[in-house]
Structure formats: C-alpha cells, structure tokens
Write a protein that binds this ligand. Sequence first.
Ligand code: CA
Length: 223
Amino acid sequence: MIKLVVLDVDGTLTDKNRLISTNAIKYIRNGVKKNVMFSLISGNVIPVMFALQTFVGINGPVFAENGGIMLYKDQIKKFFDKTKAEEFLEYISKKSSVKPVFTNVWRETSAAFNMNDSDEHYVSNEAKKHDLYIVNSKFTWHVMDKNQNKAYAVNYMKEQFKLNYNEILVVGDSDNDITMFNLSVNKACPANATDTIKNKSDYVSKHRYGNEIGDILNYYKIL
Ligand code: CA
C-alpha cells in the first residue's frame, strides 16, 4: 500500500511553460483526503515551495533545491550549505558562458545558472574537481554538493516516517529525478518524461504535463 507520494514539479505537475495543471491539483487533493501523504521535491526555492504547499494543499514535507532544504509544519530544515556552490559559480562565470539566475537570492543550499550547451562537459568536469555536481532540470542548471539529490530527500522521509521503499511512489520526468528513480521505490512518469526516466519507471502514463497524476494515482489504487 502506498503511504507517501513524492512528486517532481516542473514538467510533472506543469507544462513546458510551467503552467500548473489544474487537474493535477484536483487529484492531489483527492489523494490527501484518502490520508496518503504527498510531498514535492523540486530544484526551485523554498518561498516557491511554501506557496505550492499552501495553495495546492500538500500535506507532507516540501523540498527545494533538489532536496537540499525542507519545509514541513512551518519549520525549515537545511541539509547542505551553499558556500562552495556560490564560490564555484563566481569562478566558472569568468571562464565560461555560465550566467547566474535571479532566483539565487532565495537559494540556501545551491546555486542556479544558465549556459551554452557547448560548455556542459567543461563545467561538469570543473564542478567534479570541486566535489560538486551540476544537474539540469530542463528549466535551469543547478550546482550543489555531490550528495545533494532527490534520493537524499526520499531517504530522509523514509527514515522520518518509518516507511518501507514499497510504500513510497515517486513521479518525475527528467534527469534531476534519476537518483530517486534508482531507489527500490514504486516509480511512475508522464508521457513527456525523458527516455531514461521512462526506462526506469514501473508505470508510464499516456498522459502528460500534470494530466498523468489522476491516471497514476488510480493505477496505484490511491484514489
Ligand atoms: Ca521536472
């Protein structure tokens, strides 16, 4: 029986332009009524996750910055530090096309940026040399601690709520979801997911951009 549903936000609850699916909101609220815990993990920042938690009606923890920081029951818990990521961003901005993005003013555990595709290999290697890594959420690039990822957040909730992996369902669509798709949890994705995520999924919905949520919750008999 699924007790915890962990959802990615961009591309999983939203479309390509980041407009949230009103169907997804409706189905999440139906799931909450069934006493299933819902959690969001995104590359976005805590103020945005606070808004989503409040206005969508998420009953579990919400994680920002790919799992680096959590908001639950009006308490913020920080798992990583941004000092090294910020220093790296300053360094690499001088050596490549890397440009920081404005949401960094709200970041506590990572830094975000845009860059030309041709710099990906170079910047990724430079990050590794600094014990950091970069990941692309399809909307922006993120640099953070090498242990900071969505699997870290899922494992934290598993311990905190004393769950087994088979009681957890994760839903995501792209590369920054891979770590949680490598856990022995239940995995599902929308039709717009990357091939890697589809291959790792137990269930691939025919629906996309948030409209898959009702289908997936029905498949796992949550609704
Ligand atoms: Ca996504």
